[in-house]
Design a protein. Structure first.
Length: 323
């Protein structure tokens, strides 16, 4: 397929500057709720997107959202520059294998898989061209907290605590912990630079089905998170405790970090949605820019950490009590 040069300005919601003068061709596996959001951002950035989804209704929605074409399976795809996998988690491995066989970069939604051995095998097979879409690593507030931690502007980091809780969850093919907890690990990786070893984990169940996981990392509990689908209300919170002050972000004031202690006050952050920033970074990487922040090896390591935390908390592979 002949590439087209596109000099049009990027529509609102995309980058304010072009990522590349060359329009990129992206294969997108999955046009569900999240796949459509990815599609909109890629199109807003000037990419041509070819969608694969077995659902006729999903393909019609994709075309109405700007897809250049939509196919029931990957065999009908035209040539593309990279692939994005936005299928339900249980379909990630097969899609990565199928689309990765073209020898091009593959960007897979988190978690890479719900099985550590499977994730590690994919990361090894597609080393250097498999990446995981951890959108929270592109959240302006998370990046600002990472700068505070790295620069020690509020003193040395003492602890990082995160919460991602809500009343319920539905529409996924894996349990709530696989849906919610990977975000917390990616946030910690971005802010702290690396994760300390797992120290403790506790799960909550509704009957025999897991609905929540709390985990602590490091000998001094330097990082801890709660991911739950049994809370009375929806909460997203990140608290960075430093030697001289505490920096806090929450969804109640999502475009700012609040510092308590030395240098106290409200610090506004960029309001660009993290998914838009992540898709801009994806296309920039294809044009020779920096690689995405989470490669396949780190994505597999995240799956291994979460699998270990689940096992320690008494959760089996099916999301049920193991003891």
């Amino acid at each position: 397929m002949t590439k087209e040069r596109d000099s049009r300005p990027i529509p609102a919601g995309g980058s304010s500057a072009r990522v590349s003068a060359e329009r990129r061709e992206i294969a997108l596996a999955g046009a569900g709720r999240w796949g459509l959001r990815i599609l909109r951002e890629l199109v807003a950035c000037g990419a041509r997107v070819w969608v694969v989804d077995p659902s006729k209704e999903a393909r019609a929605r994709a075309r109405s959202e700007g897809a250049s074409g939509a196919y029931p399976d990957a065999s009908g795809l035209p040539r593309f520059d990279a692939a994005v996998v936005a299928l339900p988690t249980r379909g990630h491995a097969a899609a990565v294998e199928r689309l990765g066989s073209a020898g091009l970069p593959v960007f897979c939604e988190k978690p890479l898989t719900a099985d550590a051995a499977e994730a590690e095998a994919l990361a090894s097979k597609f080393a250097g061209r498999l990446f995981v879409l951890d959108k929270w690593r592109y959240h302006p507030a998370v990046e600002a907290l990472a700068e505070i931690a790295a620069g020690r502007t509020l003193g040395p980091v003492r602890a990082l605590r995160t919460r991602r809780v809500q009343p319920g969850i539905s529409g996924y093919d894996v349990d709530p912990v696989w849906v919610l907890a990977p975000h917390e690990l990616s946030i910690a990786s971005e802010i702290l630079g690396s994760l300390p070893p797992l120290a403790a984990a506790r799960a909550r169940f509704a009957g025999n089905e897991v609905v929540a996981l709390e985990a602590e990392f490091g000998a001094s509990r330097e990082f801890s998170f709660e991911a739950a689908a049994d809370a009375p209300e929806r909460v997203r919170e990140i608290v960075l405790e430093c030697g001289d002050a505490t920096a806090r972000w929450s969804m109640a004031d999502e475009h700012a970090i609040v510092v308590e202690g030395r240098q106290s006050g409200r610090r506004p952050v960029d309001s660009t949605p993290p998914l838009a920033r992540e898709m801009q970074a994806l296309l920039s990487s294809l044009a020779g820019g920096k690689a995405l922040k989470t490669d396949g090896l780190e994505g597999a390591a995240s799956v291994r950490r979460l699998e270990s935390a689940r096992e320690l908390a008494g959760v089996n592979r099916d999301g049920r009590r193991s003891r």
